[in-house]
Design a protein around this ligand. Structure first.
Ligand code: PLP
Length: 476
């Protein structure tokens, strides 16, 4: 037996943790100056990390050290204040400490019996989140690995409900030979929900879509779509759309749900937009969300807890339990809540601890301030774009997403698209700020999302400087 795997190697554990702590502290301290990405090539990363399975073990502290040194050029500054790509949150101090502790105490948060502390903490976190967003206290819920898994849970419950309306048990009997379950959304449904439809056997190509010019569903178009559907239907709403930050009118979708003769289920993808509910300034964007049947959201975005973390709520706990019902004498009946009865997994990470620490340390006021600061930063950036020649705001930015593009004189559409593809790459290479590309209204565009609790107006100024410098350098 080598020293690394001796069970009594407490000192080795301690040394490895101290080394990890040092590396983590140095990394976090470097975030203000660190390039947001070194943009290494796949070949460079393979050369840095690929090797055959080691035959013999090594000292744990040395292992951690070696990985960091070899991988470093592939580590992005995504927890930092100038990473505006995709929709990316940072990590609050309490969330990080809670996450480390969760790994150290290594609880299985799938069953009450394996960790009463994890199960009860998760229940408290779910309750706090409902209070933060003004959702009904009696909704069932669960923590997930992200919004995609949260969408999956909401849509699994919806599928179970729809099967019942059509006279069968979707989870028990399967879908083969049954009437199809119809799903309707706007054209701007997030790919995450579409992946769920594929996973659930509902078929990504079966989705019926209503127009959503500007990002919000056209309610009249959705009403017309629903009029053409005879049976029960699952409606998927956006709160909010990922390129524009625009919300569907959730109250109007709930009205359409109520009016559908054969019944309907309203699922809302609130991966980041649900957090508008943490501020009285923006809560109106989610008007009617408390009337939804299920809601999905992310914690690793605006709650600023480490990856991976999300959460799902379902109004009807019984339908959720029915969807996940599974026998097994060896896991039967915990004295308290068994989270595995509400989620696809059995064993699972104790995500609740990071979220509990984050919510306890910031409180309602802290999260209200984080959301308001991020939206103010986004608004300041959008105003700068509107005031700057050669840059175009592609959509009003109501919340935390700003979609824009460079415009350079006489270029045609194709050349403008190419300019913006090059601009995304050039901004990322510049290293001051990380943005990502998209296509909006048929045009190649650039997105900046503001979710990090630490981003300041100085960081926004650096983003602006990077965009202005790149625009100058690429102009003809
Ligand atoms: C609206 C929306 N839904 C779902 C997702 C998927 O979230 P995750 O990557 O956490 O699964 C995202 C991610 O950006 C999103 O913006």
């Amino acid at each position: 037996m080598t020293a690394a795997i001796e069970p009594t190697a407490v000192t080795a554990t301690d040394r490895a943790l101290r080394r990890a702590h040092q590396l983590a502290s140095d990394f976090l301290a470097s975030l203000p100056e660190r390039p947001v990405s070194f943009l290494p090539s796949p070949e460079e990363m393979a050369a840095a990390l690929d090797e055959a399975l080691p035959e013999a073990g090594s000292d744990p502290a040395a292992v951690v050290d070696e990985w960091f040194a070899r991988a470093e050029r592939g580590i992005t500054a995504s927890p930092g204040p100038r990473f505006f790509g995709f929709v990316t949150g940072g990590v609050t101090p309490a969330a990080l400490a809670g996450d480390w502790l969760a790994s150290a105490i290594d609880q299985n948060a799938g069953l009450w019996a394996s960790s009463p502390a994890a199960a009860q903490t998760e229940l408290v976190v779910l309750r706090w989140l409902k209070e933060l967003f003004g959702l009904p206290a009696d909704w069932a819920g669960a923590l997930t690995s992200g919004a995609t898994m949260a969408n999956l849970i909401g849509l699994i419950a919806a599928r179970q409900w729809a099967g019942r309306q059509l006279g069968f048990d979707a989870a028990g009997d399967g879908l083969a030979g049954r009437p199809p379950i119809v799903v309707a959304s706007s054209t701007e449904i997030h790919l995450s929900a579409v992946k769920c439809l594929a996973t659930l056997g509902l078929g990504r190509n079966q989705l019926r879509k209503a127009a959503a010019a500007g990002g919000s569903v056209d309610v009249a178009a959705m009403a017309a779509l629903l009029r053409g559907i005879d049976g029960p239907v699952i409606i998927v709403g956006n709160a909010a759309e990922v390129n524009s930050g625009h919300f569907d009118d959730i109250a109007a979708l709930a009205d359409l749900r109520d009016a559908h003769p054969a019944g309907a289920w309203l699922h809302v993808d609130g991966a980041f937009g649900l957090f508008a509910g943490a501020s009285p300034r923006f809560a109106h964007f989610n008007r009617g969300i408390e009337r939804a049947d299920s809601v999905a959201s992310d914690a690793h975005k605006w709650l600023n807890v480490p990856y991976d973390s999300g959460f799902a709520f379902v109004r009807d706990a019984a339908i959720l339990r029915e969807a996940f019902a599974a026998g097994g004498a060896y896991v039967a009946g915990g004295a308290g809540w068994d989270p595995f009865t509400h989620v696809p997994e059995m064993s699972r990470r104790f995500r609740g601890l990071a979220a509990w620490c984050a919510l306890k340390a910031f409180g309602r006021d802290g999260y209200r301030a984080v959301v308001e600061r991020c939206v103010d930063n986004a608004a300041a950036f959008a105003r700068w774009i509107e005031a700057t020649p050669g840059v175009e705001l592609m959509n009003a930015a109501p919340l935390n997403i700003v979609c824009f593009r460079l415009l350079d004189g006489g270029r045609d559409d194709q050349a403008t698209d190419e300019l913006n593809r090059r601009a995304v790459d050039a901004i990322q290479r510049d290293g001051r700020a990380f943005v990502t590309g998209t296509v909006w209204n048929g045009h190649t565009a650039i997105r900046a999302a503001f979710d990090n609790w630490q981003t300041t107006p100085d960081d926004v100024a650096m983003l602006q400087a990077a965009v202005a410098d790149v625009a100058r350098s690429l102009s003809t």
